[in-house]
Design a protein around this ligand. Structure first.
Ligand SMILES: Nc1ncnc2c1ncn2[C@@H]1O[C@H](COP(=O)(O)OP(=O)(O)O)[C@@H](O)[C@H]1O
Ligand SMILES: O=P(O)(O)OC[C@H]1O[C@](O)(COP(=O)(O)O)[C@@H](O)[C@@H]1O
Ligand SMILES: [Mg+2]
Length: 439
């Protein structure tokens, strides 16, 4: 069970430098739209959950508020910041990079900001990527492009070598834009820094189109990504409605979390089945996919299945391989389903026209939409505030509209997934009218 101690953010030391942003915040106090420096944000958000803890108010699990402080740890004129993007792409990476650079330059007066190329791999000198000097001019219009101007990578790197590189370059703060793996890496780097007694801060901006990082609210770029996936569902609907016995399968990303599938399906509100890793399903039997699909097609003329890539892995042979970062390589559930549906409709002598859509990388390589761009910029600002005030081994997030600073070990200790008992999955069931259990 989460405790207040789990949510304490580590700092490098006392804040003795007056912040250039002090004038913006000196008069501000907590109100409906702002959380003051010393206030805390509740982990629980219902009366029952809070009451069940049976704790006095000051012992309840609470988060530190994200945002600028009156005093900071680093002297901006003497501070050098490094930025790195790691793992798979996600809409908004360039927005985050740009906002970090602008916040550091414009508000804090930090002039020395460098970008490491190609993730952790590129930070290690043996792999030979020079750093890029990030100036407001350099990042001026990068937010208009998808991807990351810094490049990214997967694959393990030695934290000792990474800290050696930080020391060699005189970096005071490393800002890591990456997913769960990157944050595990960042924590290891932070521990290496601590063991050497160095005052180098490490702050993360969590990135994942799968939306699978816990405790940070919705991840940036997720909304852009599922909107893009929803376009394929719309196309599938058009195709199958024009066909005889039309069945559309739209496979979307989502290794262990089906958020993209759920939200993209809800955005259209006309998928017939949504299959996600968190909810097992059978092929046969009264509630199995195959008979349900056959019935839906005969009743309505067509059907669309939205399939998360990690769904139904128990139905196909396991693939023991992992990628360079240790992530499991998934079995081909879409291929398996297409094959099974084809055979099943043939056995029933039921006409079938199958259309398969795999938007794949197209949903994560696009630029962020306006809403995500705003979110990226704000998360980046919060990350800079935290880093300049000497906070370390932490990520930024936004829980129920409040920006928060969250210790990395807390976010890497679990993962965020669609709860079969939660209201999101209930909405999906209501939208598709698929049975509560398909087993
Ligand atoms: N458990 C881990 N410990 C340390 N570093 C890790 C760990 N998992 C991943 N990394 C490193 O973080 C980087 C990105 O990880 P990856 O899993 O590919 O993407 P993401 O951060 O998006 O989840 C890679 O360089 C990888 O080696
Ligand atoms: O980029 P790769 O190595 O092809 O991996 C694809 C995977 O990356 C993801 O986009 C998630 O990436 P991260 O782990 O980097 O967040 C998954 O949805 C997808 O399964
Ligand atoms: Mg990951």
């Amino acid at each position: 069970m989460v405790t207040l101690a789990d949510l304490q953010v580590r700092t490098l030391g006392p804040c003795t430098v007056s912040s250039p942003l002090a004038m913006y915040v000196s008069e501000r106090e907590t109100n409906e739209y702002y959380v003051g420096e010393t206030d805390r944000i509740l982990y629980d958000d219902t009366v029952e959950l809070i009451t069940a803890r049976g704790l006095p108010l000051d012992e309840l699990p609470t988060f530190e508020a994200g945002g600028p402080r009156r005093s900071i740890f680093f002297d901006p004129a003497a501070t050098k910041v490094g930025v790195v993007t790691c793992g798979g792409l996600c809409p908004g990476l360039n927005d985050v990079i740009r906002a970090i650079v602008l916040e550091l330059h414009t508000h804090y007066g930090v002039r020395d900001v460098v970008g490491f190329q190609h993730g952790y791999a590129g930070m290690v000198e043996a792999n030979g990527h020079p750093v890029v000097q990030l100036t407001p001019e350099y990042v001026a219009r990068i937010n208009e492009r998808g991807g990351t101007i810094l490049g990214s990578s997967r694959g393990a790197q030695d934290p000792v070598a990474i800290v050696d590189r930080l020391v060699e370059l005189d970096i005071d703060i490393l800002l890591v834009i990456g997913g769960d793996g990157s944050m595990r890496g960042a924590h290891n780097i932070g521990r290496e820094i601590e063991s050497r007694g160095l005052s180098i801060g490490i702050v993360g901006v969590p990135k994942t189109i799968d939306n699978d990082i816990p405790h940070i609210g919705q991840s940036f770029g997720f909304s852009t990504a599922f909107a893009k996936a929803a376009e394929s569902i719309k196309a599938a609907r058009v195709e199958v409605e024009a066909a005889v016995g039309g069945v559309g399968i739209v496979k979307v990303m989502g290794r262990h979390a089906g958020f993209i599938a759920c939200y993209a399906a809800l955005a259209n509100h006309d998928a017939d089945f949504v299959l996600i890793p968190e909810v097992e399903f059978s092929l046969d039997g009264e509630n199995g996919l195959l008979p349900l699909l056959a019935r839906r097609v005969s009743e309505r003329g067509s059907a669309v299945i939205v399939l998360a890539e990690g769904a139904g892995q128990d139905l196909i042979p396991a693939d023991d391989r992992t990628d360079a970062s240790g992530n499991a390589v998934l079995g081909d559930i879409a291929g398996f389903l297409r094959d099974q549906i084809g055979k099943d409709f043939a056995n029933r002598s039921q006409p079938l026209t199958m259309r398969y859509f795999n938007p794949g990388y197209a949903i994560r390589s696009v630029p962020a939409d306006a809403s995500d761009s705003v979110y990226c910029a704000r998360l980046a600002q919060i990350a800079v505030h935290a880093a300049m005030s000497g906070r370390t081994d932490m990520v930024v997030g936004r829980r129920r509209h409040r920006f928060v600073n969250v210790p990395i070990p807390f976010v890497t200790s679990g993962s965020h997934s669609v709860s079969p008992d939660g209201d999101l999955w209930l909405s999906v069931l209501e939208s598709t009218a698929q049975p509560f259990s398909m087993r």
